[in-house]
Design a protein around this ligand. Sequence first.
Ligand code: IPE
Ligand code: IPE
Ligand code: MG
Length: 250
Amino acid sequence: MIQIEDIRRGKMPTHVALIMDGNGRWAKQRGLPRTEGHREGASRVRDIIDACLDLNIPLVSFFAFSTENWQRPQEEVNILMDLLSQSLDKYTDEAIEKEIKLIVLGDVQKLPAHVKNRLAKVQERTKNFERLTVVLALNYSGRWDILEGARQLAKHAKQNPDFDPNTITEDIFRQFMPGGKLPDPDLLIRTSGELRISNFYLWQLAYTELYFTPVLWPDFDKNEFLRAIVDWQQRERRFGKISEQISRND
Ligand code: IPE
Ligand code: IPE
Ligand code: MG
């Protein structure tokens, strides 16, 4: 078992992002319907949030439903949306008690009304909390985020005829992206052994440390999360510089 006190002594990521994958395979291995994998997986979200609170990690993002996931059978999509509603009902009071702020990131207009309503309520009730921010990426994709940024910037330029395109910097552009105002993830974790990003934070992952594990999401417990953090603490991030510069600037 990894000791939380040992990890706390080291540096801590500001933002951890997670691609929760492998619910279907977890269920299949047990001869259960895929739904059961999603149900068990939903409980892990709570466990990882608890681990973030323990470690004082201020920001965590969960990739919960991608723009491509609509292509799954309608029944599975419905079940995922129902589970989301149920989880929001179940955990909102606890989130408020623990001073957690929930932010939803994605094209929410396309979500079913029962999900949209609950999300709006939870976001409103938790908007002033600062202890831990939880980002739920729902009907989200990295390309959507960048495209939406381009659309908003184009609108801004249209309304301001004197706008000079040469003034657009990375920092300015990202302010127009729905997911651009948050700090970039320091660590991305993907479960289930797949070695891909699957259209999650594309802009934001430019210099993120990547951690891939074969563990399926429903088995990704607190200890697995701590292992990922320990691994990250041993990485040297160079951002294109050389080692001596990093140690000098740290
Ligand atoms: C992740 O598990 C949940 C979502 C993408 C919504 P999967 O449902 O993708 O599980 P596998 O990849 O089929 O095992
Ligand atoms: C990534 O998982 C999306 C989410 C976790 C929401 P998928 O299961 O959809 O990814 P692919 O299809 O294996 O790339
Ligand atoms: Mg999958």
